[in-house]
Design a protein around this ligand. Structure first.
Ligand SMILES: [Zn+2]
Length: 63
């Protein structure tokens, strides 16, 4: 990996961070009683993911 690769990776991370921020401001998917990522049933009403990992995976796949 050279400096150009590193620079591009950095740009991608920034782009993802910006996407994530704008997604947070946009309307979010409704809670369905189970994790949107792994479909594990969730006891807490209004909760959409079982943990931060599932949330991040879901956003990375649905951004
Ligand atoms: Zn999950």
């Amino acid at each position: 990996m050279d400096a150009a690769d590193l620079s591009q990776r950095h740009d991608e991370i920034l782009l993802k961070a910006n996407l994530y921020k704008s997604k947070k401001a946009a309307p979010s998917p409704a809670a369905c009683g189970c994790c949107l990522n792994c479909e594990k049933p969730l006891a807490e009403p209004g909760r959409r993911w079982c943990d931060a990992d599932c949330r991040d995976i879901w956003w990375s796949e649905n951004a």
